[in-house]
Design a protein around this ligand. Sequence first.
Ligand SMILES: C[S@@+](CC[C@H](N)C(=O)[O-])C[C@H]1O[C@@H](n2cnc3c(N)ncnc32)[C@H](O)[C@@H]1O
Length: 341
Amino acid sequence: MTKIGYSKRSQKKRDNFDKIASKHPTIFCKFVYISNFSLLETYHVSIMLNECIDGLVIKPDGVYVDVTFGGGGHSKAILEKLGPNGKLFAFDQDPDAWEQAEKIDDERLTLITANFKHLEKYLRLHGIQQVNGILADFGVSSHQLDAAERGFSTRFNGPLDMRMGPSAASNAADILNNYSAKDLQKIFGMYGEIKNAKTLSEVVVQERTKKPLETTEDFKQILVKLAPRNREFKYFAQAFQAIRIEVNKELEVIEEFLLQCPKVLQPEGRLCILSFHSLEDRLVKNFIKTGNIEGKEKKDLFGNVLKPMESVYRKPIIASDQELKINSRSRSAKLRIAFNK
Ligand SMILES: C[S@@+](CC[C@H](N)C(=O)[O-])C[C@H]1O[C@@H](n2cnc3c(N)ncnc32)[C@H](O)[C@@H]1O
């Protein structure tokens, strides 16, 4: 496996990130039920694996990109379908995912330790102008979500971090302790779809004057007072999602990525995208349907919609009942597949 990406300066940032992370030892177990009788430790269970691989229509000699390597489940399945001359480029911005990639001894795989918003730039750096397929599996991995020290978990106490990788400009604590009530309201309302976003943002601002928020427990103590009765966990998840999206600028990054896809894909090249909430899915749906993020149709003189990509299926694919039974995280997943015209 070849590994490229961060410069020396970024390496320093990565070391710093590791230092912070090592102060907060992992206190969780990652297990998944494979059958009634066996338990298997795992980093992440890949969602709609077969559906994604079928959607990519892999050519043995083709060049493919997995922009969200994570635990490498999708990447390994792509490698299995590739012949000796095929190539796979995999992006991830998380050093924990890089460790997973290092376990794969395969010359056809190149790991790019960078944000996928730089898709075109890094492929060009490798002399690749166009590829046969791109796979994206947005959001965080189970490993990131369950690791207390990363600050994504609503279950285990940890520092208010939530950065997916060392290049994020601020962490969750920076945002909760420094953003104005108005900006926090916007984030909770738009990214978390929280109904009482105004009250929540005002209480955060009030509480932080007494003591800055440092841990996920500090944040939860505020949330629990404002959560609808018996819906506390959903409320926690919505508020954490909102801050996570802001920390990692997730929607802006997806927009940048989508706009590069038609340039990077060959004609007939496939795009397979797994999204996990309506904000992500709306961007993907709009882009495939209209060629722009806003979803505004532009037509030529004959009334044909001007768009670079065509949907393979009219509706998104969702997880099968069988998958839902063994992996509850597949519940909210939507897979959209398109090809370049
Ligand atoms: C849902 S997991 C992917 C799981 C993977 N498909 C598998 O089968 O194991 C998402 C991964 O993408 C990474 N990621 C998310 N956004 C990213 C971005 N903008 N640039 C690079 N990596 C990103 C995360 O760090 C995480 O490891």
